[in-house]
Structure formats: structure tokens, C-alpha cells
Design a protein around this ligand. Structure first.
Ligand SMILES: *Cc1c(COP(=O)(O)O)cnc(C)c1O
Length: 441
């Protein structure tokens, strides 16, 4: 904007210098703005009508768009939608597919926040969930499907037992009746596995974890395969194939295979409104530029740590899919490329007192509820994420009083092992009476 010195102080403080010089920055510019000015009078109507150009950040922002294109490409999808958190991504993805009366078939081995969404929130909208415990068995998924089932949901590498999902087998079960498989790929990241290549229809992530990578921001992403098939699945999702309220062409007619993601982008995400900050989007995009390097190093470090822990007498078990002893190691070898992931659990023989002493003795590994960070993190699930569940439910989920979740970072692995050795030594000194403690208080 040109200088307007003849105008008043208050006018000048608002209008002068509001525009940036046109330049071509190497980094993605941060369009930290609620909205965008329209050049011509007609541009506003064109934007509201056909969606062309930029209008308001809740419906589109160039910084967010740049990150969406990067993440869609990394997952091998046609479109991605960036949202304010992983929970927002899961919520928006599901609300785009489900109606009151719909039913979900879900892995029983999932993030506790997702479980809460299904059992406490979506249930109140008349959406029921059946949890499958034996997630390796496709017939267990098939048996849970009802006429109202609209979604199958699982995690590529599951919380907390580290089970690797047989994505192709479960996607094939859904495909028999046109039901999409939605995969939470947070733990694996697209560097290790791209679920859409194995038949999943939608991938969701907590971008707060590995994609951002440095624990600075929250974010979530939905990636769609762009292959919605009206002939096969139109009867399950009439809102995607019907004509619009005014009788004009509906989503399927206008967008074809992209009907599902077009609905999420235009009809779900902006209505519920969990829009990411463009600043957060920028940081997620910066993080994603180093995803392969981080995940490769984190996976190598984690496997070395898991192997070392599994040989220690204080350790009862290590649930890491890269170990040949893990029940889904064969699936890890089939699906994961370039590493086995870096979030896993170990269970100490000494139960809760040993776990407490272990956490308190750690000096490099940070005690917090997060994962996928460049720094190594530890959490005691039994008293935190899984505290709301019964002791039996926790045990079935692989969460025992002595269980600790580790998220391994990019540090020098010798420093991590030395830190864990010190913590195991501290855990070994706790009162042996504690060995009798088998229930989390
Ligand atoms: C953290 C996490 C979520 C939730 O993501 P937020 O960004 O914290 O909202 C969902 N799924 C998995 C597997 C997670 O680890």
C-alpha cells in the first residue's frame, strides 16, 4: 500500500505497511492472516461460488495448502486436509462418513483419546462402536460388521502392544461391502508405511508427533485416496452421491472419486471448525522436510534400545515389533520399510515401584506425555493414559503396573542406553516386597 500521509494517525496505523513486498522466499511463507483481500469486485462472488482463490483461513490458506500438498504426496493420497490436532483429524474424518445410527468396527488397540471419542462422544450422537480384540484375524473384523457399519478403524502400529495391522487383509474385509478402512498412521509415519498403498481409503495422523517432530505444535491431517466409488459405496454414503439441496450437481457428479474428501474439505472441516494456525502449519511443514532422516535414526536407535532392554534381567518383556519375538513381527517385516518405529513399551519385573524409580532416575529421557519427538520420552501408561480402565482391560491392552512407554529420539544411542542402564539399576534397588504389587493403585 502506498503511503497516505494526509490521512489521520489511526487510519495510518491500520493501513500503512499492511502489504509485504512481492518476493520469492525459499521457505514457505507464513500467511498468518484471518482472510484475504479480493482484487476485483467479481473475485468475491467467484470465490464464494466456485471456491476459486483465497477468502478466509478456515476454508483455505496458502501456507496450510502447501503443507497439505506435501503430506498428501508423502502418503500417496490425492488430497490432504490439515487440522488443528490429531483428535480433530479423527473426528472430522469420522463425521464425514457417519450418521446417527451408523456403526464403527474398531481395533481394541488404539490411542485412548480415540477410544474416548468413540465411546463417550460419538455414542451420544447415536453412533455405536464394536471393538475387535484379535485384530490380526480378518474374520473377527468381518463378524463385527453390521448393515449399519460405515467405517473400519485401526492403527498401523498400535498403542500399546505395538501390534502391526495387517492393512491389506482388513481393507479387503471392508471392501467386500464397500466400507472404507481408516488407518491412524501416527506411530509409523508415511516413511515406514503408506496404508493407502495397501488398500486403506483414508489415513489420519496426529501431526503433533513425528510429522512436526520437535514437540512445538499440535496438528492433525487426513489423507484420502481419492478413489470413492459411487457404484460400490454410494448406497452406504448417500450424502456423497445425492444431488445438492438446490437440485444442482452433487459431490459425486462434481468430484468423482474425490467426493469423500471434497465433502470433508467443504462440508465438514470448515463447519466444525478445527482450523490449524498457519504458523503451526508452517512448523509442521518444516518438520516434515526432515521426516525420513528422523524416523530412520529414531527407528535404528529404538531397535538397539529394545534389543538391549530385552536382554536385561530387570525387564520382563519388551513389546517392539522389530524384535523376532513380537507376535506381529512377520507383519512388521511385510509392511514396514526402513525401520520398525520408535514408540514401544517395556515391562519391568518390579511392577509400579520399579517403574516409578526408573522414571525418576532417568536424566536424558524426558518424562512427559508425548511421542515422536526428536528427544526420547517416557510415560507410565498405567497411571496416566490408561488410568481410566480396569486392571483387566489394562492387562489385555498390554499395560501392566511395570509397563513404561518409550518414544526414542535421535540422540546418540550410547547415551540413551547408559541412561536406561542407570534407571534399571535404580529400579532394581526398590523394596523386593514390591514384587507382590500387581495392580496399579
Ligand atoms: C497423539 C495421538 C492422537 C491424538 O493427536 P493430538 O494431536 O494429540 O490430538 C491420535 N492418535 C495417536 C496414535 C496419537 O498418538
Amino acid at each position: 500500500m502506498t503511503r497516505v500521509p494526509e490521512r489521520g494517525f489511526a487510519t495510518r496505523q491500520v493501513h500503512v505497511g499492511g502489504d509485504a513486498a512481492h518476493a520469492t522466499p525459499r521457505a514457505t511463507p507464513i500467511h498468518l492472516t484471518a482472510g484475504f483481500t479480493f482484487d476485483a469486485f467479481e473475485d468475491a462472488a467467484v470465490h464464494f461460488g466456485a471456491g476459486d482463490g483465497w477468502g478466509y483461513t478456515r476454508t483455505g490458506n496458502p501456507t496450510v495448502d502447501a503443507v497439505e500438498r506435501k503430506l498428501a504426496s508423502l502418503e500417496g493420497g490425492t488430497d490432504a486436509i490439515l487440522l488443528a490436532s490429531g483428535q480433530a483429524a479423527i473426528t472430522v474424518a469420522l463425521l464425514g462418513l457417519l450418521d446417527a445410527g451408523s456403526h464403527i468396527v474398531c481395533s481394541n488397540h488404539i490411542y485412548e483419546g480415540t477410544r474416548g471419542l468413540l465411546v463417550d462422544n460419538l455414542s451420544r450422537l447415536g453412533i455405536e462402536t464394536t471393538f475387535v480384540d484379535d485384530i490380526a484375524d480378518p474374520s473377527a473384523w468381518r463378524a463385527a460388521i453390521r448393515p449399519e457399519t460405515r467405517v473400519l478403524f485401526g492403527e498401523s502400529i498400535a498403542n500399546a502392544r505395538n501390534d502391526v495391522l495387517d492393512i491389506a487383509a482388513i481393507a479387503a474385509v471392508g471392501d467386500e461391502t464397500g466400507i472404507p478402512l481408516v488407518v491412524d498412521n501416527t506411530f509409523a509415519t508415511p516413511y515406514l508405511v503408506r496404508p493407502l498403498e495397501h488398500g486403506a481409503a483414508i489415513v489420519v495422523h496426529s501431526a503433533s508427533k513425528f510429522l512436526a517432530g520437535q514437540g512445538a505444535v499440535l496438528g492433525g491431517v487426513i489423507v484420502d485416496d481419492g478413489a470413492f466409488d459411487a457404484a460400490r459405496a454410494g448406497a452406504l454414503f448417500p450424502h456423497l452421491v445425492a444431488r445438492d439441496r438446490d437440485g444442482s450437481a452433487g459431490l459425486w457428479e462434481r468430484h468423482g472419486g474425490r467426493a469423500r474428501v471434497a465433502h470433508l474439505r467443504d462440508g465438514v472441516a470448515p463447519r466444525f471448525g478445527p482450523t490449524p494456525s498457519p504458523l503451526n502449519a508452517f512448523l509442521i511443514g518444516q518438520g516434515a522436510e526432515t521426516l525420513s532422516l528422523r524416523v530412520e535414526r529414531q527407528s535404528a536407535n529404538a531397535l538397539a534400545v529394545a534389543r538391549w532392554l530385552s536382554d536385561r534381567p530387570e525387564v520382563l518383556s519388551v513389546d517392539h515389533a522389530g524384535l523376532p519375538t513380537h507376535p506381529t513381527h512377520h507383519l512388521a517385516k511385510r509392511y514396514l520399510r526402513g525401520g520398525y518405529g520408535s514408540v514401544f513399551t517395556l515391562t519391568l519385573r518390579g511392577g509400579l515401584p520399579a517403574a516409578k524409580a526408573f522414571v525418576e532416575a532417568l536424566q536424558v529421557v524426558v518424562h512427559m506425555t508425548h511421542l515422536g519427538d526428536v528427544r526420547s520420552l517416557v510415560l507410565h501408561p498405567g497411571t496416566t493414559s490408561h488410568a481410566g480402565r480396569s486392571a483387566q482391560e489394562r492387562a489385555a491392552a498390554g499395560v501392566h503396573p511395570g509397563t513404561l512407554r518409550l518414544s526414542i529420539g535421535i540422540e546418540d544411542v550410547d547415551d540413551l542406553i547408559a541412561d536406561l542402564a542407570g534407571a534399571l539399576a535404580a529400579a532394581a534397588t526398590v523394596d523386593t516386597d514390591s514384587l507382590a504389587v500387581d495392580v496399579v493403585a
